[in-house]
Design a protein around this ligand. Structure first.
Ligand SMILES: N[C@@H](CC(=O)c1ccccc1NC=O)C(=O)O
Length: 293
């Protein structure tokens, strides 16, 4: 197969339609099941965990986050910041707390960040909002022993943008010690040639400055201690595999501590849904990253 530039639009749109690659269900069913699974998992988490919901990190309506707290807050604790997916136009923090339980029970605080999806939000704004949420939590909680980013799909893109943020511009030095990037998009240009851009309305310039693969910076000393995992689902499309591979290579060339995982037996949706399970490989990866740091 040639590169994405040589694909007819129809093929390119298929490559960027994750629901068309699931081996479990049809297109509409897999999305419906995804939303149901995440919603139920979030409700389960909220029923059992002590939470602080809808905390503003900025002045905008959409600039709020949910905090899932471990029971013992007497000492320092690690914090996982979860960034939801949905092609920068679907989903919300309200259905994105499903991963909290197995982490919180191990003493990890989980923050689920909300951001303004399109059409209200545009790409620069979403990236900026997530940055401000990071600034807010590190200023708010002095007991954080390390920040671990976890993002899915569009959320993995936003998490990756955090890795190339110069925090000096924000007056903080967040101790970002790990990042788990799941089924992400790291080069936005192909997206601008598909239906995904109907609501996003990115031009080439916006896509370029918000493409993590184009703004990988040589790892600074602090970042050398930051472990990154680029994970992709076995049943993600070839273009999603290429995106993950190329971003992984770019990080490695820039001296980041990065590994790559093709998660067997998963598709674009259950690769993240399973984070509600303690014995799932990605749950274990996050907990191992935290215990090694
Ligand atoms: N057209 C997209 C839709 C999609 O990606 C999506 C839709 C609803 C909720 C989440 C989605 N994607 C990933 O998180 C697809 O083919 O899957």
């Amino acid at each position: 197969m040639g590169t994405w530039r040589e694909m007819p639009r129809e093929e390119l749109e298929k490559q960027y339609s994750p629901s068309r690659w699931s081996h479990r269900m049809g297109q509409d069913a897999v999305i419906e099941a995804h939303v149901k699974e995440m919603t139920e998992g979030t409700l389960r988490a909220q029923a059992t965990i002590q939470t602080l919901l809808h905390i503003p990190y900025g002045g905008g309506d959409g600039e709020r986050l949910d905090i899932y707290l471990p029971t013992d807050l007497s000492g320092d604790f690690p914090l996982v910041l979860y960034i939801h997916g949905g092609y920068w136009q679907f989903l919300s923090k309200e259905v994105s707390g499903f991963a909290a339980l197995p982490l919180v029970t191990q003493g990890v605080a989980v923050v689920v960040v909300g951001y303004d999806v399109a059409p209200k939000g545009h790409m620069d704004m979403m990236v900026e909002q997530v940055r401000r949420s990071v600034v807010f939590i590190v200023q708010q909680y002095s007991q954080i022993s390390g920040v671990y980013l976890c993002g899915h799909s569009a959320g993995a893109h936003l998490a990756a943008m955090m890795l190339s943020t110069d925090w000096e511009d924000y007056g903080v030095t967040p101790a970002i010690k790990g990042a788990v990037l799941v089924s992400g998009v790291y080069d936005l240009e192909p997206i601008t040639h598909t239906y995904v851009n109907n609501l996003l309305r990115m031009n080439g310039e916006v896509a370029q400055r918000n493409s993590p693969v184009l703004c990988v910076t040589a790892a600074k000393p602090a970042a050398k201690a930051c472990e990154v995992l680029v994970a992709v689902a076995q049943h993600d499309s070839p273009e999603f595999h290429r995106q993950s591979q190329e971003y992984f290579q770019a990080l490695r060339s820039a001296d980041w501590m990065v590994s790559f995982l093709d998660v067997a037996g998963t598709d674009h949706f259950d690769i993240i849904e399973k984070l509600s399970q303690r014995d799932y490989i990605l749950t274990q990866v996050i907990l191992n990253m935290i215990s090694r740091a």
